[in-house]
Ligand binder design. Structure first.
Ligand SMILES: [Zn+2]
Length: 221
């Protein structure tokens, strides 16, 4: 089947980025499997295949309907939001390690931090972290999304171990997302409150420490 790349003047598809996979769905007769954002140009490219080989491709200037796979979007939003809750739980447990990576894909999501937890304490930390994560879901804390100036964003986010650099941010304002009362800059998709993650049974799965990196694995339990 013919692979098609589509660029539109605007889109409802979330491109892959910030550790979150892209949406899937359809654009006209094209099945979209991957959506990428070129950060240097801001161009979003939808890549997919023609469902029906006989259908014609859209031309520049055509109006076209976009359909995002809502079920997948929901799952990805949950997975990504749960990653934020891991950050919040870490801070609440006094584990103020600088975050280095988030992997919010459905095949074994995790969040990584710089640092280590000595092996003799790992079981206790895991227990405490899991309990804290669960409490944050039970508190059903609403997600807050705000646009802030870089100064305000710096003041809001760079407490504890966080050290986000907003100096090279291309726009005047920064999108700050607060999940479980823990703010950070984010362009991802989120559920409305932490309680929604309780219903779908998200939780902490394990801790792995290797070469100065702490990996907290989480998933639907
Ligand atoms: Zn986010």
């Amino acid at each position: 089947r013919e692979v098609v790349h589509i660029v539109l003047n605007e889109t409802v598809f979330h491109p892959q980025g910030g550790g979150q996979p892209s949406d899937k769905g359809t654009i006209g007769g094209i099945q979209v499997d991957k959506v990428t954002l070129d950060r240097s140009t801001g161009v979003v490219t939808h890549t997919g295949i023609k469902v029906d080989d006989s259908s014609s491709l859209p031309s520049p200037g055509d109006m076209i309907g976009l359909k995002v796979d809502a079920c997948l979007r929901r799952k990805l939003s949950e997975c990504h939001t749960a990653g934020h809750v891991v950050d919040a739980a870490m801070a609440k447990c006094g584990l103020c390690l600088p975050p280095t990576k988030g992997y919010h894909f459905l095949d074994g999501p995790y969040v990584e931090y710089r640092g280590t937890i000595v092996s003799s304490e790992r079981a206790d930390v895991l227990e405490k972290l899991s309990r804290t994560f669960t409490i944050l879901l039970e508190e059903n804390i609403p997600t807050k999304i705000e646009m802030m100036s870089k100064i305000e964003a710096d003041r809001t986010c760079n407490r504890l171990a966080q050290n986000f650099d907003f100096s090279d941010h291309p726009e005047e304002t920064v999108r700050i997302v607060t999940v479980a009362n823990f703010p950070c800059p984010c362009g991802g998709t989120h559920v409305r409150s932490t309680g929604e993650l309780k219903e779908s049974r998200w939780g902490i799965k394990g801790i792995k420490c290797k070469r100065g990196v702490v990996r907290i694995k989480y998933d639907q339990l």
